[in-house]
Design a protein around this ligand. Structure first.
Ligand code: ATP
Ligand code: RIB
Length: 317
């Protein structure tokens, strides 16, 4: 049985790079175009396996070429893909614009990801037995994510929820209470708190994390892009700053972060050390164009970590 199980989405990413993101009604000329396996669930599974984790994935793909390619890509890094079901119809796709600044805009058309139901979770729950860490995101129906959270808890795993993409309607309180760790980025942290999205300072992120804890979240890690992440657990919140890198494409930085976090926890490291490992892995991923193709190897992350140590910074409370 795999130590890390990802229950989530698979999308084929259709990526265009251009000097900037077009505004509404505008047509601009781009620079490059490529397709690549993506989807928040598959990115986390792929990255966790490439970072040295023992990983299995549960998810749904369509009976098309995209689906076959996405499954193959996971197999290449040793991820157990036997829990990925094939449905009649189209696989999920994501249309991604990447600007020269490294920032992106994404539209996901979920296709087969919507066909993943709580009944499938129940039928496939044997995949969760013996797992240490289960990774969830929000690109499948919310009731399926909730069923997976309960099944993972029942299996005795640590449950990590990446509340991404930001939910259009409030997350069920039961989901927030059921998972062990929530890992919003700054946009998601603001939206979960009912605030307009925008850049957050670390102390503001800590405040929003505390609000989530008041609503039943146990541990919260707020991902803050080039600022690193804020960890809120039993003690006072701390900032784990990101190493300085030249960002080329931040797509799936959050997925690589969650994968690194899960791998480190599955190896018995502390929450703060897991945040450090996650910061190192994600920082390296943003220096490369693409999603799964941008994920660094374990060797690269360990080497980078030796040269870029991260000291925790206590935050005011
Ligand atoms: P995405 O949705 O594109 O997958 P995200 O918005 O969920 O990403 P971010 O907060 O942008 O997540 O980044 C996740 C993590 O990646 C950060 O916490 C940090 O560790 C790392 N990271 C992101 N951008 C940078 C950067 N410019 N320099 C260094 N590290 C970065
Ligand atoms: O987090 C990045 C991912 O979001 C992309 O791979 C895309 O498929 C969307 O799901």
């Amino acid at each position: 049985m795999a130590k890390i199980v990802v229950v989530g989405s698979l999308n084929m990413d259709l990526v265009a790079t251009s000097p900037r993101i077009p505004v509404v009604g505008e047509t601009i000329i781009g620079d490059t175009y490529f397709t690549e396996p993506g989807g928040k669930g598959a990115n986390q599974a792929y990255a966790a396996a490439k970072l040295g984790g023992d990983v299995a994935m549960l998810g749904h793909i369509g009976d098309d070429e995209f689906g076959r390619e996405m499954r193959e890509n996971l197999l290449k890094v040793g991820c157990d893909a036997s829990g990925i079901r094939t449905e009649p119809g189209a696989s999920g796709v994501a249309l991604i614009f990447v600007a020269a600044t490294g920032q992106n805009s994404i539209i996901v058309v979920p296709g087969a990801n919507t066909k993943f139901t709580p009944a499938h979770v129940a039928a496939d729950s044997h995949h969760l037995k013996g797992s240490k860490v289960v990774l969830l995101q929000l690109e499948n129906p919310t009731e399926t994510v909730l069923a997976a959270a309960h099944a993972a808890r029942n299996a005795g795993a640590l449950v990590i929820l990446d509340p991404a993409p930001a939910p259009a309607i409030p997350l069920p309180a039961e989901l927030i209470r059921t998972v062990d760790v929530m890992t919003p980025n700054e946009t998601e942290a603001a939206i979960l708190a009912g605030l307009p999205p925008g850049r957050l300072q670390p102390d503001q992120a800590a405040q929003l994390g505390k609000e989530l804890q008041k609503r039943g979240a146990k541990t919260v890690v707020v991902k803050l892009g080039d600022q690193g992440c804020v960890l809120l657990s039993d003690g006072e919140p701390v900032l784990l700053p990101a190493p300085k890198v030249n960002a080329v494409d931040t797509t799936a930085a959050g997925d690589t972060f969650n994968a690194g976090f899960a791998v480190a926890l599955s190896e018995g490291r502390s929450l703060a050390d897991a945040c450090r490992f996650a910061n190192h892995a994600a920082a390296l991923s943003v220096t490369r164009l693409g999603t799964q193709i941008a994920v660094p190897s374990r060797f690269e992350v360990d080497h980078f970590a030796k040269e870029n140590s991260i000291a925790a910074v206590a935050l005011a409370h």
